[in-house]
Design a protein around this ligand. Structure first.
Ligand code: AMP
Ligand code: MG
Length: 487
């Protein structure tokens, strides 16, 4: 029996048939001694894949790209992007899409290896990835999925048996990423400057066919696509703000047209509430700080709108006017939805004139008093781990009294509020110190902390005794937590 039949791969590759200018066909560079670190069984199942009869040795060969499945058509995608505001030609410098797999309900997913060797887009990079950053992507992307936030997912990580040279030699690894597609704002930016003017329309038609076939027959498909993508990105960034997620590198090449969170590099979750929180060591000006994320989302969407200008109307001026108006609506829609989201976090039903003040006052108090973002909402849901003096503060108690008065309005009941709050406020997030602990152990061949952490992150809204060890922020320290791109 062939591997495909045993495993269930159903490749149906469409992106690889796009014009040559949009991609390069090439295979992953084989690695010396691949070894499986982790395989995501529940995701496999969801994809209609079954690896149970495949030996560890063959799994390692499969997920390193040493043994390509039948039907794969391996490519590196070309794209461009604004990195920290500056336009650059990029492309998959260390990633290869092996194909598009159709799951049982005919849902299409890109299967991509990250860290699979040099490509024509590698620039000065080695095309490789290290174990720590690949496991970090695995942990955070799976956590995001279980938090109910659209995201690419992680199917497997293998060690390559080769060192990657960074500041010091690190253990080389490859991550298998599963995405609805890897079409980014930057892919459109690349098509706009392509030699062949037809590339943009080709990519546009392809994107609509693949992601939004419902607007295929629209008289204004470019306007519709812009509106849909804006809507998806507003929802996405609201989810990030809800759970305290900081992406860290919101370049236009890291914004997916599907609306999934993509590219987990220096991302991390905020613990103490500070809107200016930045973890990434390379984000020196705080461009991608927590509170800047909605503004940057809008900025990136404006770049997407610019790409669509030739497709909106024959008259460029009219196009620009339409696109500008649509993008400018972002702020008002976002603000309205942000208040709705925060109201849910506080269990408020309906809308009252005092709500905005109530929300802002809590955030201001949290900021001033260095309160933990996640755990403050846990406290309000009576899901506190241990007594914390911070909540004895008189200003907080005054605020709480006002909040409790407000809760009574609009036919509310304590049960209704609590239910709303419990479904919007996670009890557990991937705490930075727990992620680091798991990565350090994995780098020393101990996978237990990683497996335990992943298990806990599967049910972030449910209470259980097991999660208690994972709910506290790191003890105070002089060291500011920093993350790195892991390139
Ligand atoms: P990212 O910050 O992960 O979005 O990466 C930005 C660009 O750098 C993309 O084109 C990546 O493919 C490329 N890149 C990142 N790391 C490497 C590497 N080690 N070798 C080659 N290209 C890389
Ligand atoms: Mg990227």
């Amino acid at each position: 029996m062939s591997y495909n039949n045993k495993i269930g791969w159903q490749f149906d590759n469409t992106y690889s048939k796009l014009p040559d200018s949009m991609l390069t066909k090439l295979a992953p560079t084989p690695v010396k001694a691949p070894e499986l670190v982790i395989l995501n069984h529940s995701l496999s199942k969801k994809l209609g894949l079954n690896f149970s009869s495949i030996s560890d040795k063959n799994l390692a060969s499969i997920f390193s790209g040493n043994l390509l499945p039948e039907g794969s058509d391996t490519i590196a995608q070309a794209y461009a992007g604004h990195q920290f505001g500056y336009f650059t030609i990029l492309g998959d410098g260390r990633a290869i899409i092996i194909g598009e797999h159709l799951s049982k309900n005919n849902k299409r997913f890109d299967i991509q290896f990250k860290g699979s060797g040099k490509t024509p887009y590698s620039r000065n990079g080695d095309g490789r990835a290290a174990l720590g950053p690949m496991l970090r992507e695995y942990i955070i992307s799976e956590a995001m999925h279980h938090l109910g936030i659209p995201t690419t997912r992680s199917l497997a990580v293998v060690k390559t048996g080769e060192d990657v040279i960074r500041e010091t030699p690190l253990i080389g690894a490859i991550l298998t990423r599963v995405a609805e597609s890897h079409i980014r704002v930057g892919t459109f930016q690349y098509a706009v400057i392509a030699k062949d003017q037809k590339d943009l329309k080709t990519l546009f038609d392809y994107t609509i066919n693949r992601h939004y076939p419902n607007i295929k027959d629209s008289k204004t498909p470019a306007i519709d696509l812009l509106k849909i993508v804006i809507d998806k990105q507003i929802k996405l960034v609201l989810d990030w703000m809800r759970v305290g997620f900081i992406h860290g590198v919101m370049n236009t090449d890291n914004m997916a047209i599907s609306g999934e969170t993509i590219d987990y590099g220096p991302c991390a979750f905020m613990d103490l509430y500070d809107p200016e929180t930045v973890f990434s060591s390379i984000d020196q000006n705080g461009r991608y700080a927590f509170f800047n994320q909605p503004g940057i989302t809008k900025w990136n969407l404006a770049r997407f709108a610019e790409c669509l200008v030739p497709l909106i109307n024959e008259d460029k001026n009219i196009s620009i006017q339409i696109a500008t108006e649509i993008v400018n609506n972002f702020s008002e829609i976002y603000e309205k939805k942000w208040f709705e989201m925060m109201s849910k976090k506080l269990g408020l039903l309906g809308e009252e004139s005092e709500d905005k003040k109530l929300i802002m006052n809590l955030l201001t108090w949290m900021h001033k008093n260095k309160a933990d973002y996640t755990n403050t909402f846990c406290f309000l849901m009576n899901q506190t781990l241990e007594k914390n003096k911070i909540y004895d503060n008189q200003n907080f108690l005054n605020w709480k009294k006002q909040w409790q008065e407000r809760l009574k309005k609009n036919n509310n009941s304590p049960e209704k509020s609590l239910k709303l709050m419990r479904s919007n406020n996670p009890l557990v997030i991937p705490r930075n110190h727990k992620v680091e602990e798991a990565l350090e152990a994995a780098n020393n061949d101990d996978l237990n902390p990683l497996q335990n952490l992943l298990k806990i992150l599967e049910k972030p809204y449910e209470n259980s005794e097991q999660i208690n060890k994972y709910r506290s922020p790191a003890p105070p320290s002089d060291k500011i937590y920093k993350t790195f791109c892991g390139t």
